[in-house]
Design a binder for this molecule. Sequence first.
Ligand code: GLN
Length: 295
Amino acid sequence: MTGLVAGVTIDAARRTLAARFSAAGLDSPDLDGRLLVGHALQLDLTGLVTQGSRLLSPAEAQHLETLASRRLAGEPVARILGAREFWGLPLQLSADTLVPRPDTETVVELALEHLSAAGDLKRRLRIADLGTGSGAILLALLSELPQAHGIGTDISIAALRTARDNARALGLGARAGFVACSYASALAAPFDLIVSNPPYIPSSEIGDLAIDVRDHDPLRALDGGRDGLDAYRALIPQAANLLQPGGAVIVEVGLGQSGDVVTLMTEAGLVTESWAIRADLAGIPRAVGALKKLR
Ligand code: GLN
């Protein structure tokens, strides 16, 4: 199919991209086309609609063509834009951060439900997000919990910079701190809530992941070791030591891992209950929680 040429309208460019993306079998061709045209021309949805009959300049057509080729080569839109929404919050991404997934919102939902049931939503909570990446889970929680303070950790300094910039851009910088360490290894007690979406893909399955994940998400954020559970073995005992009595740890898990993660939590002396497993939109158990015993 032909590339984009200068002199076509914005509407026509969107239609052309959508048709090419559709022909290539992409899942959301219209949306992808709209996001890439909006990004290339620095227009929001209203701008795209009101300027639909404006003609593309040669530079715009060429820029858009470059973005379209990247998308057709399998690069996710979120990577091309360097941004993605999570929990309704706009987040910047970098090469060292995972693209936040809608599935991960189940961790936020379970945490808020637990805090709500405990009557804790307005308390001065202390939260830790282990392996925070873009800061997605921590910042979503801080946006909902007006008195809470949180620390995000990561072994990647570049990810921590991205998370810190996101916190500032969202007006949450005063309540969010960032620490370079592996999971909770540099943190001191006490915490009321510890959350994490650690790497959990078994090493041998990395090669079979979809291209948009395998070739574009950072390997360190995906690879969970031989059985995918290495991160949980490290971070669950740390969390058990750092939680206040009555505090909760809530983690995202991969396909088929909820039972093993519950076992690791129980072995660490935590209490798991039926409320604390939550499925994602596909019905897969995705978030698992446990409580530290009240003495
Ligand atoms: N949810 C990601 C995927 O399935 C994996 C993220 C992770 O390992 N925490 O591709």
